[in-house]
Design a protein around this ligand. Structure first.
Ligand SMILES: NC(=O)C1=CN([C@@H]2O[C@H](COP(=O)(O)OP(=O)(O)OC[C@H]3O[C@@H](n4cnc5c(N)ncnc54)[C@H](O)[C@@H]3O)[C@@H](O)[C@H]2O)C=CC1
Ligand SMILES: O=C(O)C(=O)Cc1ccc(O)cc1
Length: 309
């Protein structure tokens, strides 16, 4: 793999920032990686994990002379990072982010970007329920989509350079407008997490079963929800607050459809129930065909008591 950038600054070194760091190192994509994060403890851990070449708690310090700046912080922190780094950005630098919402990140960052930098908002559709610098791993983005939501008039050469970077990490790159991104992500990612948080919360409220049955019998569907509901609370609070309109729109549709299903169950309308469940099964098959999941049952996890070969 060829060296693509002299200096890359990683602002935020949690699951996503550290996964990018592992890949940059593994693939030799930069001469130097500067890691910045707000908390000294996280920074120390990043250093122990050798995620970069230089480390600082000052984002503005980190971006000096960087050709590529990747902001990987909870979306609600985007504006404060943009403000902090703005005056130190190098002429011609590419500034990008990985936030799960796009219209809000653009509204927070774009006004602070000086005209001499290329700000290209991005979102890799890859992750796990884990957070922090220990959670990252090389290859996270392999075979996954990365969506850019470029601002009109963005320099084509800068776009190509950033595309080449994500492609080196194994991603497939697509472009769309931020509002469309936010609607699509509301249904494929944000709502599933909200539903998971909600169902696990409901089970927790049923005090009679919480201490015993919910945990004991969690080999069933409930367990899959608990994985999503264990995702980072700060990150997901920010997603909810920063993609409010699209999430509320999708939640309204979801509630309508749930009422339809509820009614079908109440009145014993088996055909309606069967038709819906047949339609949804086909969606799963399409996802497997598209290479976005494997066909193994239970996400391919081995049983915890299964003997290791
Ligand atoms: N977790 C996931 O599966 C995915 C997350 N994303 C997005 O990536 C971004 C980062 O998420 P994760 O890496 O999962 O979160 P994380 O919680 O693992 O890491 C966040 C990092 O940002 C740092 N940070 C927070 N505020 C900061 C500030 N003001 N200045 C500097 N550093 C700051 C934290 O110390 C931490 O290092 C979020 O915007 C999230 O929406 C995108 C794709 C997948
Ligand atoms: O852990 C999971 O199932 C995820 O859905 C990971 C994820 C979380 C947030 C994103 O913006 C993109 C991917």
């Amino acid at each position: 793999m060829t060296m693509q950038f002299d200096r890359i600054a990683l602002i935020g070194i949690g699951l996503i920032g550290s996964s990018i760091a592992h890949d940059i190192k593994r693939l030799g994509l930069a001469k130097e990686v500067i890691v910045a994060t707000r908390s000294a403890d996280t920074l120390k851990r990043a250093e122990e994990l050798r995620l970069g070449d230089r480390y600082t708690t000052s984002s503005s310090e980190a971006v000096k002379d960087a050709d590529l700046v990747i902001v990987s912080v909870p979306v609600g922190a985007s504006e404060s990072v943009a403000k902090e780094v703005a005056s130190n950005l190098k002429v011609g630098a590419i500034v990008t982010d990985v936030g799960s919402t796009k219209a809000s990140v653009i509204a927070q960052m774009q006004p602070h970007m000086p005209p001499h930098v290329h700000f290209i908002p991005g979102h890799p559709l890859a992750g796990t329920e884990k957070s922090g610098p220990d959670a990252g791993f090389a290859g996270l983005f392999e075979g996954r989509w990365c969506i850019f939501t470029p601002i009109a008039g963005t320099d084509e050469t800068a776009l190509k350079r950033l595309r080449r970077f994500w492609e080196a990490l194994g991603s497939k790159v697509d472009e769309m407008d931020p509002e469309h991104h936010d609607k699509v992500l509301a249904i494929v990612s944000h709502l599933p997490h909200i539903i998971a948080y909600n169902i696990v919360g409901t089970a927790d409220d049923l005090e009679a079963v919480t201490e015993s049955e919910v945990i004991k019998y969690s080999a069933s569907g409930f367990r899959d929800f608990t994985r999503l509901a264990a995702s980072d609370p700060t990150m997901w609070r920010d997603v909810c607050l920063h993609n409010k309109d699209a999430i509320l729109e999708m939640l309204a549709r979801f509630s309508e459809d749930l009422a339809y299903l509820q009614r079908a169950i109440r009145w014993g309308e088996g055909d309606k129930i069967f038709d819906l469940f047949t339609r949804t099964r086909a969606i799963r098959r399409s996802i497997i065909q598209a290479g976005q999941d494997v066909d193994a049952p239970d996400f391919g996890r081995p049983h915890p008591l299964e003997k290791k070969a």
